[in-house]
Design a protein around this ligand. Structure first.
Ligand SMILES: Nc1nc2c(ncn2[C@@H]2O[C@H](COP(=O)(O)OP(=O)(O)OP(=O)(O)O)[C@@H](O)[C@H]2O)c(=O)[nH]1
Ligand SMILES: [Mg+2]
Length: 369
């Protein structure tokens, strides 16, 4: 099969030639796959491109794709497009071009593909893999914390290294998810790409890699922006999953309840009832609506048996009262500390905590599996 190795470079003049030699050397152990190499350079001021053009004179299977600098993600996408459209790649390999990734591991990646893997991830955090011993403690913590946020945040524990850039995957998965990737310009691309491949059904295999520090040039990563992007991605994915599941329905049902509550209150006031009466009747009608709709829709698979309904409905009223108490306590505490004008902020805080309370009680108590 045809494999294309993509090397993103930005100011890697002192590394790129050694790396190109290294990849070609390693390929002697992979004779059953043909090799092309694509260097994706973003008009590096250090003229990395010149080195590649010179190299291409002697090695025609080494290509240079230049473009303006739009971040690592965009560069990788450009490389993939070239590999697929121009070079007809069956397998795409990507690695950092700063000599942090040892080309000596390439046979391991290709063997994992031969053995049926769709997406091979180079892992520093599995048996046989490593990070440099001399990394300062803050750097170790930073790298491990980033990975832990993604692993546990996305809930996919089988993959141990999400943030690295040493990978090999079948063309099929790249072409399927590339169109969804243009949102992710920077380093978060690596995380999103793997996540989407998993969702597309790729069989993920990890192989150990020994990561070494770059010897020449400078790191381009901006740590704070990176952590912010990771949190944003993981948070966004979690919220989408939640909304697609019962939590989204719970919110819809709650909103209907809120509308009923408001309309009844305002309607009764219009007919000269006291607002206290209006709010009690409105709240109870909203509670009834919430109970019926949650039972018929949100938690349909755990719908309550006819005989138990009255008891559960009384329980449901009690939990709803719990949310009212939470809201009142939040406002009481908030205004005690920050003055009475702060009540709106603590009303919102109370509603938010009340939502979590309600959802937890509904899913764990009322509609327990
Ligand atoms: N084409 C292109 N390549 C980039 C860009 N940003 C980073 N790279 C390349 O991506 C690879 C990884 O970048 P590094 O700066 O080494 O980031 P890192 O490996 O996470 O950080 P270090 O461990 O400090 O080296 C290197 O080969 C860079 O040259 C970019 O915007 N465009
Ligand atoms: Mg690096």
């Amino acid at each position: 099969m045809k494999a294309v190795v993509i090397l993103p470079t930005y100011n890697e003049r002192d590394n790129v030639q050694t790396l190109l030699d290294g990849v070609r050397n390693a390929w002697k152990k992979i004779p059953h796959h043909s090799l092309d190499i694509v260097v994706v350079d973003d008009l590096s001021p250090d003229k990395t491109a010149d080195v590649v053009v010179e190299y291409h004179r002697k090695q025609k299977n080494v290509y240079l794709v230049s473009g303006k600098k739009e971040g690592l993600g965009k560069a990788l996408l450009r490389g993939m497009r070239y590999a697929i459209d121009k070079l007809d790649a069956d397998i795409i390999v990507q690695m950092d071009a700063d000599l942090s990734h040892d080309p000596g591991s390439l046979p391991l990646f290709l063997r994992a593909i031969d053995d049926g893997g769709d997406f091979v991830v180079g892992s520093r955090y599995i048996d046989g893999g490593s990070i440099p011993n001399n990394w300062a403690i803050h750097r170790k913590i930073y790298s491990m914390a980033g990975n832990a946020i993604v692993r546990f945040g996305l809930g996919y524990l089988r993959v141990h290294d999400w943030t690295g850039g040493y990978r090999a995957y079948k063309r099929e998965f790249a072409s399927r998810i590339m169109s969804e990737m243009s949102l992710y310009e920077g380093y978060v691309f690596q995380i999103a790409f793997l996540d989407k491949a998993i969702h597309a059904g790729a069989r993920v295999v990890e192989v150990p890699i020994q990561f070494s520090d770059r010897r020449f040039g400078h790191s381009k990563i901006a740590p704070y922006q990176y952590i912010r992007d990771i949190l944003w991605y993981v948070g966004k994915e979690r919220i989408q999953v939640l909304l697609a599941g019962s939590f989204g329905k719970f919110l819809v049902v709650g909103s209907i309840g809120f509308i009923i509550n408001t309309v009844v209150l305002e309607g009764l006031v219009l007919f000269h009832f006291h607002p206290t009466i209006g709010s009690i009747v409105g709240a109870e009608l909203a509670i009834i609506s919430n109970f019926v709709l949650n039972n018929a829709w949100t938690f349909r698979s755990q719908a309550i048996d006819r005989g138990l309904r009255l008891r559960k409905f009384i329980q449901f009223n009690a939990t709803s009262l719990g949310a009212v108490v939470i809201q009142a306590v939040s406002i009481a505490i908030g205004t005690a500390f920050f003055g009475v004008n702060a009540y709106r902020v603590f009303y919102i805080v109370g509603v938010a905590i009340g939502l979590v309370w309600n959802y937890t009680m509904y899913s764990r108590v009322i509609w327990k599996q």
